[in-house]
Write a protein that binds this ligand. Structure first.
Ligand code: ADP
Ligand code: ZN
Ligand code: ZN
Length: 845
């Protein structure tokens, strides 16, 4: 192979294609698909990725440049991942380089640095001098030049930065040396982060020899003798860290160095891996005997593993049904096949508790990746996988790109979680990427949840999606045989009628008091999402809705009006409730801090552990708070969504939801689904062990189907009700969405661009016979809603408008949406017009 196609890191649309580079002989053993390389591009050196190898180029060879350097001994990306990046760039309408980079830890995002070294003999300028007919060896002309040359000679190569520091005022000498061809300048890509090293001590002579040498130390070198004696003692553990030697023997580094200078020992830099779980032991666990329900599920998945075919399972199991044990045992099977497994969990539930369960079963073979690790730790965990030291990774979204060579299984726990969708480019959904990657690798996928997303459940039941058809596996009972907790809905309208203006209903108040008395624990959930954005009547529960879109109108304080974020409908904010005439209509707002204050007032001396974005910003604080709660240093764990996920505390017997409605009224068509999921999740925290649990859901709309079905733990009834709405209003899973957001500093320019965009898209879709309402009885349809102002209408001094595209069918809507965006951008010749495309958006506000 002589030519490599390379995707380079230039942030421009025109460069989102591979460029040809020659592979120099000296580098050819290192260059492969997936290699990270430094290549000349214009007058710069840029990082790039090799995406394919070829015998020759279609471009004339004299016109293509050589690869400058290879940045890793083994390619950090596999062929499989490179292939996956091609699929992702098309699916999510983004650039391939962005995808490739997001597959690697940030530590590997190299930056070019400039270096200076001695020129090779025969460099161009020397030859030039020859042509002039006078043959003389170039030599430094001044003392300054001589000193600089010696400086470089001594070190071999020097970064420009270092050179400038040593010779601050002397760029003239450098210029002269470069011009005379005595020095050369080049660029190299430097990783953001270096491997961590430590100074290590080992013997540089044989053991017997060292023992003998101990006899011959003079009394002046007693300290050195002690060091050598210690090293000889510890021979079995060599190399030792220098630090250890210093503390153990109680000497200075100088003493050790003197001993090294005499040739007895040597001190070297040794690479160490940062281990975020260092010093923590994990109690080993054995596989449990599966229940009959688990056994059935297990055997279905294992049969697929044995076949080494691709397959997707949707594991719908109630909270506590023992899904995690299924994960553990199927992974075990996968490892026995000498294949590797990826376990994806939502960032928020990546608690030590979760990690412990995997480390406890598979020990050191488990790598962990989440955003609370430092960049260095994440890099080292990644390397552990890349170098084959780990065969299981537990991690958040991006762990789907773990560089395993023979992947056998991908597990996605809580598959309904929105955090699996990345909100910045590349805006991928880890579920779709996981399924795609598994299909390339012949691996199985398990999507697990107590409340599967409607998309996944619908796909499993209808078997009509072209994307994926998961096999549905059900686990309706808890593994330990205990019942799901009793859930009671409290009608907050009644409370107000009876004169209780507190945020706690009388029954929740009583229940809390009883827990304090019995020294049991409670979890209180305040769903802050959506607060202060909608208007609700506290007397009757009325919430203003858009008649066209069936989503809550958003309250805008400045304009004092209500607006629909899908279609743009606006109306003045009402003074009194249009339904019942009550004046208790207002926009809603309560924060965790206010709840905490109220708790302190109601229950003097109550110990509240508050967990929200404010108390968990610091690294490790999340874990610390949970540990406090586990050690029963708190009576109440109060928090936002964070308290709902995956926690397992035996003494929690009460769960209270302060207001269930807040999430229900988000201007998002998934509001009911998210509410149902959250309520089901948090209810599952109560009574997980021997003590029975009780759950109170406070609500102003107690008749809403998502609240009623959540209180009955009735997923199927919820799905049936919800699908009716989705079908009637053409929302996923009955169609797909693409959100196009345009932004510009000038509002008038933006409005024109947004209108042009919508118009062009409609025209082009129409010409292909796609355009039209989804009401039409046709397999293929594409509708364009908007443009309207975005939910965040102005961000960082830029106005924002959006179009929502609804579509169904087998056509390539994404590439049309992208093409129209690119054409508009080109025609506008306005670099400041930005268009962003979000395929299958999750966040609509
Ligand atoms: P899920 O992940 O579905 O919420 P877990 O895996 O956390 O459920 O299981 C709930 C509890 O049941 C855990 O304490 C777990 O140890 C226990 N458990 C699961 N499977 C078994 C089994 N086969 N035998 C005994 N206990 C089990
Ligand atoms: Zn009312
Ligand atoms: Zn609307």
């Amino acid at each position: 192979m002589e030519v490599a196609k390379v995707i380079v890191d230039v942030p421009s649309k025109d460069t989102d294609r591979p460029f040809d580079y020659l592979i120099p002989k000296r580098l050819s053993p290192w260059v492969d698909v997936g290699s990270r390389v430094g290549v000349p591009f214009g007058n710069r050196t840029l990082q790039g990725f090799v995406v394919s190898l070829h015998l020759r180029s279609e471009v004339e060879t004299s016109r293509i440049k050589e690869i400058g350097e290879v940045l890793d001994f083994s390619p950090p990306l596999s062929r499989e991942l490179v292939e996956l990046s091609v699929w992702m760039k098309e699916r999510y309408a983004c650039r391939q380089i962005t995808v490739l980079q997001s597959m690697l830890p940030t530590a590997l995002k190299g930056k070019a640095e400039r270096y200076v070294a001695l020129a090779d003999p025969g460099e161009s300028s020397v030859q030039e001098q020859h042509q002039h007919g006078v043959l003389f060896a170039a030599a430094p002309q001044t003392e300054g030049e001589q000193r600089m040359l010696d400086f470089v000679k001594q070190r071999g190569e020097v970064s420009l930065e270092q050179l400038n520091r040593a010779f601050p005022e002397d760029s003239a000498s450098l210029k002269a040396l470069l011009a005379q061809g005595l020095l050369r300048e080049y660029q190299q890509i430097k990783d953001k982060l270096q491997k961590k090293t430590m100074k290590a001590v080992s013997l540089s002579i044989g053991l017997a020899e060292a023992r003998q040498a101990l006899e011959s130390f003079s009394s002046k070198a007693q300290r050195q003798k002690e060091v050598l004696s210690y090293v000889v003692d510890m021979e079995a553990f060599l190399p030792l860290s220098l630090q250890e030697v210093l503390t153990a023997v109680g000497v200075t580094a100088g003493t050790v160095k003197a001993l090294a200078d005499k040739g007895f020992i040597n001190i070297q830099d040794m690479e160490v891996q940062r281990d975020p779980y260092k010093g923590r032991s994990f109690k080993p666990t054995e596989p449990l005997t599966l229940t009959a329900e688990q056994e059935h599920v297990y055997s279905r998945i294992v049969r697929k593993l044995e076949s080494r075919d691709h397959g997707v399972f949707l594991l719908h199991g109630v909270t506590g049904s023992g899904k995690t044990e299924i994960y553990l045992q199927t992974i075990q099977r996968c490892l026995e096949q000498e294949r590797q497994a990826i376990v994806l969990v939502p960032e928020i539930s990546l608690t030590p508790q979760m990690v412990e369960r995997f480390k406890g079963r598979f020990g050191d073979r488990v790598a962990v990746m989440h955003s609370r690790l430092s960049q260095g730790e994440r890099y080292d965990e990644w390397r552990k996988i890349n170098e084959g030291h780990a065969s299981v990774v537990v991690g958040a979204r991006s762990a789907v790109f773990a560089p395993f060579q023979s992947l056998g299984l991908i597990i996605m726990d809580e598959e309904h979680e929105t955090s699996y969708k990345q909100e910045e480019t590349p805006k991928y959904h880890a579920r779709d990427v996981a399924i795609r990657r598994a299909s390339q690798a012949g691996a199985a996928v398990i999507l697990g949840s107590a409340t599967p997303s409607l998309e996944s459940y619908f796909a499993a039941r209808s078997k009509s999606q072209e994307d994926f058809e998961p096999e549905l596996l059900e686990m309706p009972t808890r593994a330990l045989g205990n019942r799901l907790p009793e859930v009671r809905i409290v009608d907050m309208r009644e409370e107000l009628k009876d004169g209780n203006r507190s945020m706690f209903s009388r029954s929740l108040h009583e229940a809390l008091a009883a827990r304090l008395e019995r020294q049991e624990q409670s979890v209180l959930l305040l769903n802050r999402r959506g607060y202060s954005t909608f208007v609700m009547c506290r007397s009757c529960g009325y919430v203003a809705q858009c008649g066209e879109c069936d989503i809550s109108l958003t309250y805008h304080q400045k304009a004092n009006n209500l607006r629909c974020h899908y279609c743009g409908y606006a109306a003045p904010a009402p003074e009194v409730c249009p339904d019942c005439g009550s004046e208790h209509i207002r926009y809603f707002g309560t924060g965790t801090q206010r709840v905490e204050e109220e708790l302190a007032k109601l229950f003097p001396g109550i110990r509240v552990i508050r967990m929200d974005v404010d108390t968990t910003t610091e690294k490790g604080s999340h874990e610390k708070l949970l540990k406090q709660f586990r050690e029963k240093k708190g009576d109440v764990l109060l928090g936002t969504q964070m308290v709902a996920k995956g926690l397992d505390f035996p003494d929690v017997t009460l769960v209270g939801v302060i207001t269930a409605d807040s999430a229900l009224n988000l201007p998002d068509f998934r509001a009911a689904e998210k509410t149902f999921q959250l309520l089901t999740q948090v209810a599952g925290r109560a009574g997980r062990h021997h003590l029975p649990g009780e759950v109170f859901i406070q609500s102003y709309t107690p008749d809403h189907y998502s609240i009623i079905h959540a209180s009955g733990h009735d997923y199927l009834s919820f799905v049936k009700d919800e699908l009716k709405h989705r079908k009637a209003l053409h929302y996923p899973p009955y169609c797909r969405l693409i959100l196009v957001t345009l932004s510009h500093e000038q509002l008038t320019v933006l409005v024109r661009a947004a209108e042009n965009y919508a118009g062009d898209l409609k025209n082009k879709a129409d010409r292909r016979g796609w355009f039209g309402s989804l009401d039409r009885f046709s397999a293929e349809a594409l509708d364009v809603l908007g443009p309207v102002a975005s939910p965040i209408p102005r961000l960082k001094n830029r106005y924002r408008f959006q179009c929502m595209i609804k579509w169904r069918g087998n056509m390539d809507a994404v590439s049309l949406v992208r093409q129209v965006a690119e054409e508009l951008q080109e025609a506008a010749r306005d670099q400041t017009l930005q268009i962003s495309i979000d395929v299958d958006p999750q966040m609509l506000m």
